[in-house]
Design a protein around this ligand. Structure first.
Ligand SMILES: [Zn+2]
Length: 232
């Protein structure tokens, strides 16, 4: 009650805008307005989590169980604007709000059943310092807050600060990212079913490399969830 009151007072003083369309948010909305939420280009991967076109990016490369991307990601769209703000605009709240939204939507379908912990794709320390936060961790925190599943962000590390994958073509991406991750606390993952989360998946090279490290050093089962899937 008090939180709601504070939120409505705060929205009077400093109205919050939708990260997609810029409209003024209502007090029950966080980061993204209801209309933009409804219009998100959902993929419905989670309804067939073992076999969908996102899961197929990993077949024969990394051992995974379930896999889903929430939306199709295309540049110059209103949802790309929100993802850009999450990554480069000092807006960690967008990641948290999307995490809550996705958790609410996918939970009833059983997508998260049996998941023991959520692992955000780690950023290299230097890049995280520059950005001030890890956008995948913020998304994971939003998921955790709804699902009451533990966050595990200290078991896997990014060992090398690689070039941005976006600047590279397909073949270069897997070379650039090779051996970039290491499991520093295997005991935190052993025997568990881990949900690895990231913002946007394109070729799957980065997530594959991280999951290969987990597959090598632990007996954890790994599933994947990303906010978006970009065409490549
Ligand atoms: Zn909007």
């Amino acid at each position: 009650m008090i939180r709601r009151l504070l939120k409505s007072l705060l929205s009077l003083v400093s109205p919050q805008q939708c990260a997609c369309c810029g409209c003024r948010l209502g007090i029950d909305e966080s980061a993204i307005c209801t209309i933009c939420d409804i219009n998100m280009p959902r993929r419905q991967d989670h309804l067939n989590p073992m076999d969908n076109s996102t899961a197929r990016l990993f077949w024969g490369i990394a051992k995974i169980e379930r896999c889903a991307s929430w939306i199709d990601y295309e540049s110059h769209t209103s949802c790309a604007k929100a993802i850009y703000a999450l990554k480069y605009g000092n807006r960690p709240d967008i990641g948290f709000a999307l995490g809550q939204l996705v958790a609410d939507e996918m939970q009833p379908t059983g997508f998260f059943d049996g998941i023991d912990c959520i692992v955000p794709l780690p950023l290299h320390r230097k890049r995280q310092r520059e950005r001030g936060y890890n956008q995948s961790r913020e998304f994971a925190l939003g998921l955790c807050s709804v699902l009451h599943i533990d966050l595990c962000d200290d078991a896997v590390e990014r060992l090398r600060n690689t070039k941005s994958q976006a600047s590279l073509v397909h073949g270069e991406r897997s070379t650039n990212i090779k051996d970039a991750f290491g499991v520093v606390r295997p005991e935190a993952l052993n025997g568990k079913h881990v949900l690895m989360v990231d913002d946007i998946v394109t070729t799957g090279a980065t997530l594959s490399e991280c999951i290969k490290a987990i597959n090598k050093d632990t007996d954890a089962r790994v599933s994947i969830l990303t906010i978006g899937r970009a065409k490549h």
